[in-house]
Design a protein around this ligand. Structure first.
Ligand SMILES: Nc1nc2c(c(=O)[nH]1)N[C@H]1C(S)=C(S)[C@@H](COP(=O)(O)O)O[C@H]1N2
Ligand SMILES: [Mo]
Length: 318
């Protein structure tokens, strides 16, 4: 069993061919069979258009103004990603996630907090107070994107739930439902997908719970209707389609730690100086770019987050 899961992992996140076959926008559009007008694909191409009404979002100090010109095309954000509940290839989520039913949605809250219970999504997220956050995103496989998320600070949700002083960590779980998530028929990981943060990481103003991107509700394959976004950590921390939030005392296990603890640590901070045991993390390929660029410490967010790790040996706490 253990060997089997290791093998499936080897074939995906470490798949050198998938890593080197990054698509330029033109190639992506061609591969997806999207009609182009005057050489440029319309963002509203019918195959990938998302019919949901637009979300309105207010500005905030973290709106990533300097990244506006670098945003990854929406076709790639929706068409090239990981969501193992829908398959293990990068184009599986876009193809298969239509079986997920993100409405209505509820989230169970338990553990060390005052306001435990089952919440309708609308009671947890203030849809009249959404913010846009344009963030650099860096996957452990060494590809990256720039994504204009729409969401709320995770701290605004945590404050509503009133954790007690015993709550040292926050723990999340994805939906388990083989009808909606057919990839769960395969025991790639022990479902549900799980992730966690230390409470001060969760409260950091950069950490958001996203409900949309590019001004629209999340497409199913991006983790509808609610997913975590932690831009200074590798992509796997960004757990999708969350149905449970727990406040816990001890450092929780994440899905990737369970799979291979020597390769995936709890912190998963983007760090060009600490290699993955099987490949370097010094450079990344921004989807759409031809060549690689150096990866930035904490993915470029050191000013906002490096104080969280003062005095910690980041080689040990990787
Ligand atoms: N439930 C769940 N969440 C998940 C994953 C997954 O397989 N299942 N994959 C993770 C990984 S490895 C990455 S890189 C990001 C990618 O998602 P995005 O590009 O849509 O943000 O989702 C993360 N969240
Ligand atoms: Mo990833």
């Amino acid at each position: 069993m253990l060997i089997k899961t290791k093998n499936s992992w080897d074939l995906t996140e470490n798949d050198v061919t998938s890593e080197s076959s990054y698509l330029s926008r033109r190639d992506f559009v061609k591969a997806a069979g999207i009609a182009t007008v005057g050489g440029a694909a319309s963002i509203l191409s019918p195959e990938l258009a998302f019919a949901e009404p637009a979300l309105s979002a207010k500005s905030n100090p973290y709106d990533g103004r300097d990244l506006r010109g670098e945003q990854t095309v929406i076709e790639a954000v929706r068409g090239y990603n990981n969501f193992y509940e829908f398959g293990m290839n990068k184009d599986d989520p876009a193809r298969n996630a239509h079986t997920l039913k993100p409405e209505p949605w509820s989230v169970v809250v338990d553990g060390h907090c005052e306001n435990k219970g089952k919440y309708a999504l609308e009671d947890l997220i203030d849809f009249n107070n959404l913010e846009e956050r344009i963030y650099r995103m860096r996957c452990v496989e060494a590809w990256s994107m720039v994504i204009p998320w729409v969401g709320v600070p995770l701290s605004s949700i945590i404050e509503k739930l009133s954790p007690t002083s015993d709550a040292k960590y926050i723990y999340f779980e994805t939906l388990v439902d083989v009808e909606q998530m057919p990839g769960q028929r395969r025991g790639i990981i022990k479902w549900p997908y799980r992730e966690g943060l230390r409470m001060d990481e969760a409260m950091n103003p950069l950490t958001i719970m996203a409900v949309g991107l590019y001004g629209e509700k999340l497409a199913n394959q991006n983790g509808a209707p609610l997913r975590l976004v932690v831009p200074w950590k590798y992509g796997f921390k960004g757990i999708k389609s969350i149905v449970k939030i727990s406040f816990v005392e001890n450092e929780p296990n994440s899905s990737w730690m369970r799979l291979a603890a020597n390769e995936y640590g709890f912190y998963a901070n983007v760090n060009p100086n600490v290699s993955h045991p099987r490949w370097s993390q010094a450079k990344e390929r921004r989807i759409g770019d031809f060549s690689r660029r150096p990866t930035l410490m904490f993915n470029g967010y050191g000013e906002q987050v490096s104080h969280l790790y003062e005095g910690m040996d980041l080689r040990r706490f990787y």
